[in-house]
Design a protein around this ligand. Structure first.
Ligand SMILES: Cc1cc2nc3c(=O)[nH]c(=O)nc-3n(C[C@H](O)[C@H](O)[C@H](O)COP(=O)(O)OP(=O)(O)OC[C@H]3O[C@@H](n4cnc5c(N)ncnc54)[C@H](O)[C@@H]3O)c2cc1C
Length: 353
C-alpha cells in the first residue's frame, strides 16, 4: 500500500457511525507520523515535523497541554520562561519564572499560530503493527502511520499509597488550590515540591496542616527558595511533620499514622496525597516497548535517536524516564523533538532514493 496516495482507506466491513453496523464505512486515515500526547513535548515534536515537511497528527486524550491544565492553579514553574520555549517561539512572561496561566496561554498561542494539526479529547487506546506501518486506534477513529512518537508524560496516573480509605472523597492526588482547606485539618503526604507547595499554601490560608513524610527530612529536590520556608515552619511548629512515617489508614474523621513511636490517630478533614505519578506502563507494554526489569521500568530507547526497540516508534519527554519521573522535564526533553525528527527525515530520505 502506498500511504501517500491511499491516506484514506475505506473499508466497507467496518464502521461509519450513522449506518447500521453491517453497512458502516470505516475511514482509516493515514499520516506519516502520529504523535500521541499534546503536552509541551508532543507540541515541540509537531513543530519540528512541520519544519521538516512531515505529514503528522497529534492525538491528545484531554485538552491541550492537559497535564499543565491539571497542575495547581497558582503554581509557578521553577524554570525561567525561555527554558520552556518550544520551536524557538519566544515565551514572554511577566516575571522571570512563568505561572501556569502564562504557560497555558503560551502553548495555546504556539499551537494556534502555527496551525498545528491536533485532535483533542481523543485517547489512543492501541498501537499495533500493520504490514510495515502501525495501526493506531482511538475510540473515534483508526489511523495508519509509518512513524509514531509517544509523548504521553506521567501525570495521568497517581502513585497510590494503597491504604484503606484512599478512595474516599476527602482524599486527592491532584491538589488544585487552598481555599477548600481553610480552617480544616489537613494531612499532606510527601516531602517533595508538590507536597511542600500544598502544605505552605494551605497553611497560609488557615488550614491546620500535618505532613506525613516517609523519609527523615524534606526532599533534596525542593526548590532552594522554598526549602527554608517549609523547614522553618516545621521547626517553629506552625506546620506539624511526622518524619520516617507513613499513612496507615484513612477514616471519615481521622487518620492513622505509622510513626517510629507507634501508630497515632489524629483528627482529619482532608488528605492531600502528593505521592507522585507514573507513566502508563501498560500502554507502553501493549505497544511492544520493552521496559527495564528493575523498579525504574525504564523504556528501552536508543539515546541517539529516542527510537524504541519497536522500529519507528519513538519516545519523547518525561515518559522516557520510566519511574524516574524527575530525570526528564520540559527544559531538557524539548530537544527530543529535534533528535527524533532528524532520524525520521533521514529514514524518509533513504526511502525516497
Ligand atoms: C507542579 C509541577 C511543576 C513543574 N515545573 C516544571 C518546570 O518548571 N520546568 C520544567 O521543565 N518542567 C516542570 N515540570 C515537569 C513538566 O511539566 C513535565 O516534565 C512536562 O509536562 C513533560 O511534558 P510531556 O509533553 O512529556 O508530558 P505531559 O505534559 O504530561 O503531556 C503528556 C500528554 O499526553 C496525553 N496523553 C497521555 N496518554 C495519552 C493517550 N493514550 N492518548 C492521547 N493522549 C495521551 C496527556 O493527556 C498529556 O496532555 C513540572 C511538573 C509539575 C507536576
Amino acid at each position: 500500500m502506498n500511504e501517500n496516495t491511499a491516506f484514506k482507506l475505506i473499508n466497507l466491513h467496518f464502521s461509519c457511525r450513522r449506518l447500521p453496523r453491517p453497512f458502516r464505512i470505516y475511514i482509516m486515515e493515514h499520516f506519516d507520523l502520529i504523535i500521541v500526547g499534546g503536552g509541551p513535548i508532543g507540541l515541540a515534536c509537531a513543530l519540528e515535523a512541520k519544519k521538516q515537511h512531515i505529514n503528522y497528527c497529534i492525538l491528545e486524550k484531554g485538552c491541550l497541554v492537559n497535564s499543565l491544565y491539571n497542575y495547581p492553579y497558582n503554581m509557578t514553574f521553577f524554570s525561567t520562561s525561555e527554558r520552556l520555549e518550544i520551536g524557538g517561539i519566544p515565551f514572554v512572561s511577566i516575571s522571570v519564572k512563568p505561572t501556569r496561566s502564562e504557560a497555558l496561554e503560551y502553548y495555546r498561542r504556539a499551537t494556534v499560530s502555527h496551525s498545528l494539526n491536533i485532535r483533542l479529547q481523543e485517547e489512543v487506546i492501541s498501537i499495533r503493527p500493520l504490514n510495515d506501518l502501525y495501526e493506531v486506534r482511538s475510540p473515534k477513529n483508526t489511523y495508519t502511520a509509518r512513524y509514531i512518537i509517544i509523548a504521553t508524560g506521567f501525570y495521568g496516573i497517581p502513585v497510590l499509597m494503597n491504604v484503606p480509605g484512599e478512595d474516599s472523597p476527602k482524599v486527592t492526588h491532584y491538589y488544585k488550590e487552598p481555599h477548600l482547606y481553610a480552617m480544616q485539618k489537613v494531612v499532606v503526604v510527601g516531602a517533595n515540591n508538590s507536597a511542600v507547595d500544598a502544605a505552605l499554601e494551605t497553611f497560609r490560608k488557615g488550614a491546620d496542616v500535618t505532613m506525613v513524610i516517609r523519609e527523615g527530612e524534606i526532599g533534596k529536590r525542593v526548590k532552594y527558595w522554598v526549602k527554608p520556608d517549609i523547614e522553618n515552619r516545621i521547626a517553629e511548629g506552625s506546620i506539624k511533620a511526622y518524619f520516617n512515617s507513613t499513612l496507615k489508614e484513612i477514616h471519615e474523621h481521622s487518620v492513622d499514622i505509622s510513626t517510629p513511636e507507634g501508630v497515632l490517630n489524629i483528627p482529619n478533614d482532608y488528605v492531600i496525597a502528593m505521592t507522585g505519578y507514573k507513566p502508563d506502563f501498560d500502554f507502553l507494554h501493549n505497544a511492544g516497548i520493552r521496559l527495564s526489569d528493575d523498579a525504574l521500568l525504564k523504556p528501552s530507547i536508543n539515546v541517539e535517536t529516542n527510537e524504541t526497540n519497536q522500529q519507528n516508534i519513538y519516545l519523547a519527554g518525561v515518559v522516557c524516564g520510566g519511574m524516574d519521573t524527575h530525570s526528564w522535564f520540559i527544559e531538557n526533553s524539548r530537544e527530543h523533538a529535534v533528535l527524533i525528527l532528524r532520524d525520521i527525515t533521514q529514514k524518509e530520505a533513504r526511502r525516497n532514493t
